[in-house]
Design a protein around this ligand. Structure first.
Ligand SMILES: Nc1ncnc2c1ncn2[C@@H]1O[C@H](COP(=O)(O)OP(=O)(O)O)[C@@H](O)[C@H]1O
Ligand SMILES: Cc1ncc(COP(=O)(O)OP(=O)(O)O)c(N)n1
Length: 263
């Protein structure tokens, strides 16, 4: 069985972070492992508190994982502390980790900042060079590139700008666009669009986490980057469409939709 490691924060309400990743990996039929970087007190209405795990403890989790069960792919989500970012980069290099998907989580759609400004530079210099694929949403891409994105043309310009700074590919997610949910992959100086119809569903908490861990699953299985993105987008779209109306704010996705369909 292929193994996927999620290095991310915990979302106690189960919609995003580690919890979304475990659901996604499990629904792909793969074995999920986790290294928790932070605990958040959040729900569908917002992020209320964050407790960051010490860098030493993150390092110890990674040592325990890599020295025993080697992951076939890794998804990195919320890493809000520069010391943690440095430790993760160091461990990934030491263990020669492969198939690395980095979701540069900054804010939840329900509101609340998850990334300090100081961590931005550590991410750019320490972690991004290790990524096979980076998956910013529009506000994250704007923050990283210091540009504004309004149109598809802006998306292409920004994806190229970010892509030229790293070895891996950039998937610029379009879920924050008003009319459609078109994602753009920039890879080896080429653009690939993944068109998506905008589903009328307020409950999109954890879409980014789900997409990035689904990409990691497909890379672990052996698909290339573009096919992994295609399959991951199909998975997220299905989970948004399946509607799960939990909580009073932006609720979670329905990861059970594949099993429910077969019943
Ligand atoms: N309402 C929606 N309908 C269809 N797809 C969506 C919708 N919202 C987000 N997506 C898709 O979910 C994935 C995550 O995108 P996005 O919401 O932009 O990221 P994040 O969750 O990091 O903010 C992308 O593939 C995006 O196109
Ligand atoms: C612990 C934790 N990690 C990440 C997020 C953000 O989730 P994401 O899927 O990127 O974004 P939204 O779809 O919720 O905007 C989070 N909230 N908590």
């Amino acid at each position: 069985m292929k193994k996927v490691l999620s290095i991310a924060g915990s979302d106690c309400s189960g919609g995003a972070g580690i919890q979304a990743d475990i659901k996604t990996i499990t629904m792909h039929g793969l074995y999920a492992m986790t290294a928790i970087t932070a605990l958040t007190a959040q729900n569908t209405t917002g992020v209320y508190n964050v407790q960051v795990v010490s860098p030493e403890f993150v390092a110890q989790q990674l040592d325990c994982i890599f020295q025993d069960i080697r992951p076939d792919a890794i998804k990195i989500g919320m890493v809000s502390d520069s010391n943690i970012i440095e430790i993760i980069a160091q461990k990934l290099k030491t263990y020669k980790a492969e198939n690395i998907v980095i979701d540069p989580v900054m804010v939840a759609s329900s509101g609340g900042s998850l990334l300090s400004l100081e961590a931005k530079n550590a991410l750019k210099t320490g972690l991004f060079p290790l990524a096979d694929i980076l998956t910013p949403n529009i506000p994250e891409a704007e923050f990283l590139s210091e540009t504004k994105i309004r149109t598809h043309q802006d998306m292409e310009r920004t994806a190229a700008l970010l892509g030229e700074q790293i070895k891996g590919a950039v998937l610029l997610k379009g879920g924050h666009l008003l009319q459609e949910a078109d994602d753009l992959l920039y890879r080896n100086k080429d653009y690939f669009w993944y068109p998506g119809e905008k589903i009328q569903n307020e409950n999109t908490h954890g879409t980014g986490c789900t997409l990035s861990s689904a990409i990691a699953c497909n890379l672990a299985i052996g698909y290339d980057i573009s096919e992994s993105v295609k399959r991951a987008k199909e998975y997220v779209t299905g989970a948004i469409k399946a509607q799960l109306n939990l909580g009073t704010g932006s609720g979670p996705l329905n990861h059970m939709y594949l099993t429910q369909k077969n019943r």
